[in-house]
Design a binder for this molecule. Sequence first.
Ligand code: KG4
Ligand code: ZN
Length: 341
Amino acid sequence: MKVLGIETSCDESGIALYDSENGLLADALYSQIEMHTEYGGVVPELASRDHIQRVLPLITQVLDKAGLKRSDIDAIAYTKGPGLIGALMVGASIGRSMAWALGIPAVGVHHMEGHLLAPMLEENPPEFPFLALLVSGGHTQLVRVDGIGQYQLLGESLDDAAGEAFDKVASMLNLGYPGGPKISVLAEKGTEGRFKFPRPMCDRPGVDFSFSGLKTFTLNTVAACKKEGKFDDQDRADIALAFEEAVVSTLGFKCRRALRETGLKQLVIAGGVSANKRLRAQLEVMVKKEGGSLRYARPEFCTDNGAMIAYAGCQRLLAGQTEELTVAPQPRWNMEELEAI
Ligand code: KG4
Ligand code: ZN
């Protein structure tokens, strides 16, 4: 079954073709980052308008790459939520109407389920059951995964998501948007041990997270540097390193606790922040010590993309799930509500 995936939940138009027999056939991505940079973050209305212009040409591009025609597509999967309502409406309307015109089924995919399943596109994919750490711009969650649609939320951020904290701290350091990759690059020039940032919630039981205090701590550190009359490139690099280390070791601490409490041995990390090199390296060491294994997707499939939507949609379509003609995006959507397949 050849499934066209359409991702438009935020600031990336991602299109891909996944074949249940031959794997990923082609994919393409258009990132709106440059357009939003001027505003320091995503402007929802601009995002929706841009998706309208990009999606159809990207579909043509992906079909050309795969050497296929529209009539070769067997089904369409689009991101139904969570995300920005206007942006979701674009993908849902195009996906749903194209499926109707071609007389093929369509299915609305949960964006976070897409992220969660992205490592399945890699060689040596994870096997159920596993523990998943979902770390994106909007979510920080630890989930027990027993199968597709069998999700138990073990813990989550009580305030900012990890990616959101990266973005806000990047803005304090004048790095621009999106902050995660920029902080990572700057942190490489940081001095180990100059600043020690707190590891939030690690002194409490459970596997919930909180990143807003860390954000305030960073702001106070920046203010203290400025008060001393200097806030130079080295100060910024040292702060970036201390912040990144604090987030990474907090995530690692909670993952280890969740592995021990559930008895699970495989850890899957997904979402934009899972592209972070320091996070991958530290978790690799921790998981090895616990006698387990770590899985993640290639960096371009950690951030938003069409391949993860095509893959997740394909699994649901193969299980017989389709949608009615109604287009009903869900900007807020709890992953635990999904049907098991
Ligand atoms: O999954 P994603 O592309 O979109 C959402 O669903 O939110 O995640 C985007 C987030 C942004 O906050 C971005 O700063 C962060 O992922 N991110 C990173 C890295 N690459 C992207 N954070 C830390 N290190 C990275 N290398
Ligand atoms: Zn995402």
